[in-house]
Design a protein around this ligand. Structure first.
Ligand code: NAI
Length: 341
């Protein structure tokens, strides 16, 4: 069996978890080298995965024993590491967002165009979630008639990772909704608006929380998205698609057993984001590894990364101008016209 030898850059919350998933659950992947500016974190992950610690991320990317690179460092570092890996001719998995800016994503697209083939996968794992996949099948079957509206909520108990700001809630978290909604609808966005409800006292000073985003697509579908980073009670992801003849809703409690106890019917809810989508993370990494071994890039592309970051920017523009911002995302290059997942 062929094995993909992976180098990992960034071993915080999700980087370490991805390295361990590759090691424990994905038979044809080996984590061979690990880097983080936090040497202690990198060495702990290296030890857990039987890999070596590499002090220099650029040396890791170019190392002869590294076939492909997984990037899970902070958002602002992604573009540089992704471009370096593509220029080295290696497959690269990069956590979302691809870049903090639409320009940064366009730069990645240019570099990949020059490479002449898709090498990049962006970590939009919800495409691998069975619930969303069922919703996509229902919508594509036409049983709902034409889709009219989408209502979705993204709530975290509290922010994790880097300190959250108003912009980051949208560019770092709500990008998941931007990606999965267009994946479900097979449609593209044309305008954005933001509405700010009353703010919670539980948010840091630089974060307006919650926020509401309204998007419209080319087909005229209305999408309303709530992002609430300090909801306190749990990690809660909801999505309902409303059509002319019916609706379809995301199964919200995948893998949680309902109880009847103390005269009540009850069930736990997720409190940590990584538990809610654990299966999807494993499936996306498995697809990335299998595809790379076949010489292909799986999952969300640089174009998908660009669209989501560009829409995030338009949302900020809409918030600051308190208006509906109309936009045209431009022509999708031929390399990105097929979507398998
Ligand atoms: P974190 O803060 O826990 O970990 C990030 C790690 O990257 C830290 O250990 C930090 O020292 C390291 N790092 C930062 N700059 C570096 C550099 N220049 N070189 C090497 N290492 C560097 O953050 P977390 O939550 O693990 O997030 C990492 C990335 O994954 C972020 O881009 C985030 O948006 C994304 N993410 C994606 C999720 C998903 O559901 N797909 C969920 C959580 C995070």
């Amino acid at each position: 069996m062929k094995t993909l030898r992976v180098g990992v850059i960034g071993t915080g919350g999700i980087g370490r978890a991805h390295a361990e998933r590759l090691t424990k659950y994905i038979a044809n992947a080996d984590v061979v080298a690990v880097n983080d500016i936090n040497e202690t974190a990198a060495k702990a992950t290296a030890e857990a995965c039987g890999a070596r610690y590499e002090a220099d991320p650029i040396a890791l990317i170019h190392a002869e024993d590294v076939d492909a690179v997984l990037i899970a460092s902070w958002d602002r570092t992604h573009e540089q590491f992704v471009c370096e890996t593509i220029e080295a001719g290696k497959f690269v998995f990069c956590e979302k967002p691809l870049s903090n800016t639409a320009d940064g994503c366009r730069h990645v697209i240019e570099v990949e165009q020059k490479a002449g083939k898709r090498l990049l996968t962006v970590g939009f794992m919800r495409r691998y979630d069975k619930g969303y996949q069922q919703m996509r099948e229902v919508i594509a079957s036409g049983r709902l008639g034409e889709v009219l509206m989408v209502h979705a909520q993204h709530r975290n108990a509290a922010p994790t990772g880097e300190k959250h700001t108003t912009v980051m809630s949208v560019s770092g978290a709500l990008v998941h909704e931007f990606d999965i909604t267009r994946f479900l609808l097979d449609d593209e966005y044309v305008s954005a608006q933001m509405i700010l409800p009353r703010s919670t006292r539980n948010a840091d000073e630089d974060l307006i929380d919650p926020q509401m985003v309204m998007l419209r697509t080319k087909k005229g579908i209305h999408i309303d998205l709530e992002i609430y980073m300090n909801c306190r009670y749990g990690y809660d992801i909801q999505c309902e698609v409303v059509g002319e003849e019916g609706t379809v809703r995301l199964p919200e409690l995948a893998n949680i057993a309902p109880m009847r106890v103390d005269g009540t019917r009850q069930h736990k809810i997720y409190t940590e984001w990584y538990k809610r989508f654990e299966d999807a993370y494993v499936y996306e990494l498995r697809d990335w590894v299998d595809s790379a071994l076949e010489g292909k890039a799986a999952g969300a592309s640089a174009w998908d990364g660009y669209v989501t970051s560009a829409v995030a920017e338009k949302c900020t523009e809409a918030r600051l101008s308190d208006s509906v911002v109309k936009f045209d995302l431009g022509e999708r290059p031929a390399m990105y016209r097929t979507t398998e997942v």
